[in-house]
Write a protein that binds this ligand. Structure first.
Ligand code: NAD
Length: 359
């Protein structure tokens, strides 16, 4: 179980609990950069994972996020079959107000200092154009725009992989992977969420959406046949499938007491507020929960492919494998009535330990 970092007496205690190798605090007075890079595990290869820019209320919250996110990347990259370890970075600030060239380039210098131990890309609040500024200072960046030879925004691949995971979950819950006629709530219609709803609409799902930004919500509601609902209301919609595509920890005591769905599958990282407790509650409530790091690896598959020269066909093939990997994990969880997050972590650790033993 992951406890709040702020409850800990020392950062080292958190690092030891979660198994991190290294955490780097990055500060640049001139640009106002305040960032934290978390390198969780590099057994399989360099730590690969995006950078998130968010309005954290305090440093403890940012540290808590980066520690959870980087650990999740270790499992995600392992299950996806990549030769990459887990890492992640967070920049403290409002991406709409504080992000600029100097801040991003200062951040790039810190990544360069790690000499290839950590490779970054986009996450919440970051774009392919931002990666271009980071690239001016370091080569350890992926998710670059196509005019720089990159494979561009990883979000479409994340959306497709999440859709694959949703179909696998439907197969376990309903016996067939068609989503035809299902009611789906999509929380967060950012880069990934808005692409996911396109697949759902094509399969004739009834889609309900929410977003923190009203302008974004309205834009999506104007473009697609979806119903916009409030930030809190989303948990009370009587849907078959809940898809968390915003930030983490939305599967918690409150939401689980309100959700009436059969399936939870979304792209957001770290959806379970408490992996053990809320993963177990999903089993008790007969909800098929598809572990986030299993279904949302399409983006990192694309980022890794760009960095290693895998190409588009390779990316597509690996992203499609998310269906089979999700099916195997969810079927085991369903048959054994075992916390699906635990099943998925065991699968990731099995690969990491087996590769570690051949070094
Ligand atoms: P994004 O910033 O483009 O979109 C996130 C959206 O969620 C924003 O529109 C934001 O306003 C909204 N949001 C925030 N809090 C909300 C709330 N409480 N209720 C409703 N909406 C809320 O980010 P994204 O790239 O679409 O990523 C979404 C999630 O998926 C994140 O958790 C991210 O870490 C994860 N993820 C993204 C990728 C990727 O390829 N982009 C890959 C793997 C995982």
């Amino acid at each position: 179980m992951i406890k709040e970092v702020k409850e800990k007496e020392s950062v080292f205690e958190s690092l030891s609990d979660l198994g991190h190798e290294q955490v780097v605090y990055c500060h640049d007075k001139a640009s106002g950069l305040k960032a934290i890079i978390g390198v969780h595990n590099t057994v399989l290869g360099p730590a690969v994972g995006g950078t998130r820019m968010w309005m954290y209320e305090n440093e403890a919250q940012a540290l808590h996020d980066v520690l959870r996110l980087s650990r999740g990347m270790t499992f995600k990259n392992a299950v996806a079959g990549l030769n990459a370890g887990g890492g992640k970075a967070v920049i403290i600030g409002d991406a709409r107000k504080h992000k600029n060239e100097s801040l991003l380039r200062a951040f790039g210098n810190f990544i360069e200092n790690l000499n290839g131990k950590y490779i970054t890309a986009e996450d919440v609040g970051m774009t392919a154009r931002d990666m271009e500024f980071i690239k001016m200072q370091t080569d350890y960046v992926s998710g670059l725009p196509d005019y720089l030879g990159g494979l561009g925004d990883p979000s479409p691949h994340t959306a497709y992989g999440t859709y694959m995971g949703m179909k696998a979950a439907a197969k376990v819950a309903y016996g067939k992977d068609s989503l035809e006629g299902k009611k789906v709530t999509v929380q967060g219609v950012g880069s990934v969420g808005k692409m996911l709803i396109e697949y759902l609409i094509k399969e004739n799902c009834e889609v309900f959406v929410s977003d923190y930004y009203q302008d974004r919500l309205q834009e999506v509601a104007n473009q697609h046949k979806v119903t916009a609902v409030g930030l809190e209301e989303i948990y009370d919609v009587e849907a078959d499938i809940y898809s968390p595509c915003a930030l983490g920890a939305t599967i918690n005591d409150d939401s689980l007491s309100r959700l009436k769905c059969d399936i939870i599958v979304g792209c957001a990282n770290n959806q379970l507020e408490d992996e053990e407790k809320h993963g177990d509650q999903c089993i008790d409530k007969n909800i098929i929960y598809a572990p986030d790091f299993v279904v949302n690896s399409g983006g990192v598959i694309n980022v890794y492919s760009e960095f290693m020269g895998g190409g588009e066909k390779w990316t597509q093939a690996y992203t499609e494998m998310i269906y089979d990997k999700s099916l195997k994990i969810l079927q085991t969880s369903y048959n054994e009535r075992k916390n699906s997050q635990q099943v998925a972590i065991e699968s990731a650790m099995e690969r990491i330990n087996s590769i570690a033993s051949i070094h």
